[in-house]
Design a protein around this ligand. Structure first.
Ligand code: AMP
Length: 215
């Protein structure tokens, strides 16, 4: 099963993507996490990406496509994958289709679009905490960690992402509607688009996904 998770920042793609990955036993990657890994390792790519990420802008397609295609190449033996936050532009979607076909991996099976109203996104993103080690996501209001600022899973420090500051949040939501929303018609045209309401609680969204994935 090759699954794409689409939706604005704060829609819950990371949380639900982790669940799908465990449920179907397939690897999940978030392009944002790959960029943050490069930043932490202080690679040239990480430094280049930082300037875009801090402003809430998209990293240019050429860099993003190369990075995600490398991940797909390294994971092509698995029974599928979940992509969280990729593709975000039409050229990225086309590059993905070409790479899958060139590798004999077939087509994307489902493009799941998680829809959430803007005011809910802002409220979620401004309370988000992320584990610096395992990328587990928490929210101060909706899904707090058991101990203040410490990950329940691995006990490492939690932090607020640089781009979860209000100016960057607003820019990221705007960028989503300009660049990423057009992808919805791209996947609609190939009949693999599934729309879900991401404003519900985590467990309700997970139940909906379960029924989608078992069809
Ligand atoms: P995310 O963790 O998905 O919210 O992504 C954080 C930031 O990483 C975004 O605001 C972009 O700057 C960058 N980024 C992540 N995925 C992509 C992508 N597919 N294309 C371009 N930029 C991306």
């Amino acid at each position: 099963m090759k699954i794409i998770l689409m939706g604005p920042p704060g829609a819950g793609k990371g949380t639900q993507g982790n669940w799908i990955s465990n449920y179907l036993n397939i690897p999940k990657v978030s392009s944002g996490d790959l960029f943050r890994e490069h930043q932490n390792n202080k690679t040239e790519l990480g430094q280049l990406a930082s300037s875009y990420m801090q402003k809430g802008k998209l990293v240019p397609d050429k860099i993003t496509v190369a990075m995600v295609m490398e991940w797909i190449d390294n994971n092509k033996q698995s029974e599928g994958f979940v992509l969280d936050g990729y593709p975000r532009t039409l050229p990225q979607a086309e590059a993905l289709d070409i790479a899958l076909n060139n590798n004999g991996l077939g087509n994307v099976d489902k493009a799941i679009n998680v829809d959430v109203p803007t005011e809910v996104l802002i409220s979620r993103l401004s309370g988000r905490l992320v584990c610096t080690n395992c990328n587990q996501i928490y929210n101060i209001k909706y899904a707090p960690p058991k101990n203040d600022r410490v990950c329940d899973n691995c006990t490492k420090q939690l932090q607020i992402r640089d781009d979860d500051k209000i100016e960057a949040i607003q820019k990221r939501i705007q960028v989503y509607f300009e660049s990423t929303a057009p992808l919805i018609s791209y996947y609609e045209s190939t009949n693999i688009l599934v729309e879900i309401d991401g404003s519900n609680s985590i467990s309700v969204v997970t139940e909906e996904l379960k029924s989608i994935l078992s069809n």
